[in-house]
Design a protein around this ligand. Structure first.
Ligand code: ADP
Ligand code: MG
Length: 264
């Protein structure tokens, strides 16, 4: 899914003061990209992801997903658009505690109406894909953090989203489980050809992205530029700027590309 952020600004009023959390945010993400958003705590990463995913509305500016202006939609239209097109993975898993692993993965499918049998088969196949085929009937409390996040990954891919947003998906996991979740996320993203926008503090995970955007104090301070992330014939790096693929969290010093990521 093509993501266009145009002059996004987000401000909150608190105690009579206006706190600007995001300012002058403009970039374009092409459908074949895997973008990492990095930056210190409080720099606005979660806020930005929420705007891109249509979970929140900006104070000003626009977000276009495949040309559709999220701001022009009603709350209900945005919810329906998200259900059909967007997957989200949270740092804190956000599974529904009263539902089993299988039922959690079924939640996004229930809006699609493919028929119960087909949905159950699909949810089971996804849980098998993330290595939880034996845990279908377990509740979140019976699963480790790594297992819960793998259920959340299966849930995020259940509706075959065109774009997946992940907010520090490994942030609450130890190194070993974090690495397993990161591997699965990157593999599923490749298999399903999903656009991936990921917030992370993990330099190793950011280094796997084709492009790194760094926020500080609510502004973009560097953007390694459009980069093609996937390997394989359709996704050759041909035409991608050198900095795009080499970026490992450190921006290229010449900041070669246009800051707005204006790929023609
Ligand atoms: P990050 O994810 O990079 O750590 P956030 O996007 O969560 O940063 O937050 C950026 C800033 O916005 C922080 O200073 C935070 O306190 C503030 N903020 C986030 N949400 C709200 C809100 N609903 N009301 C007021 N301030 C908020
Ligand atoms: Mg955050």
């Amino acid at each position: 899914m093509r993501i266009v952020a145009e002059n996004l600004e987000q401000a909150y009023e608190s105690a009579g003061r206006r706190l600007v959390v995001l300012k002058d945010i403009s970039f374009t993400v092409e459908p074949d990209e895997f973008v990492a958003i990095v930056g210190p705590s409080g720099s606005g990463k979660t806020t930005l992801l929420g705007l891109l995913a249509g979970l929140d509305r900006p104070s000003s500016g626009r977000v276009l997903l495949d040309g559709r202006d999220l701001g022009a939609m009603s709350e209900d239209e945005r919810a329906a658009f998200r259900a059909a097109n967007v997957g989200f993975v949270f740092q804190t898993f956000q599974l529904i505690p009263t539902l089993t692993a299988l039922e959690n993965v079924l939640v996004p499918l229930e809006l699609k109406g493919n028929g119960r049998r087909a949905d159950i088969d699909r949810a089971r196949a996804l849980l098998e894909r993330v290595g939880l085929g034996e845990r279908l009937d377990h509740y979140p409390a019976q699963l480790s953090g790594g297992e819960q996040q793998r259920v959340a990954l299966a849930r995020a891919f259940a509706n075959e989203p065109a774009v997946l947003f992940a907010d520090e998906p490994t942030g609450n996991l130890d190194a070993e489980n974090g690495a397993a979740v990161a591997d699965l996320l990157v593999e599923l993203n490749r298999e399903r050809r999903t656009t991936l926008v990921l917030v992370t503090h993990d330099p190793k995970l950011a280094a796997r992205a084709g492009r790194v955007i760094r926020l500080e104090g609510g502004r973009i301070v560097s953007d390694s530029g459009p980069g093609v992330s996937r390997v394989g014939p359709q996704w050759s790096a041909e035409g991608a700027p050198a900095g795009g693929l080499a970026a490992g969290g450190t921006p290229p010093s010449d900041a070669g590309g246009a800051p707005e990521g204006g790929a023609a």
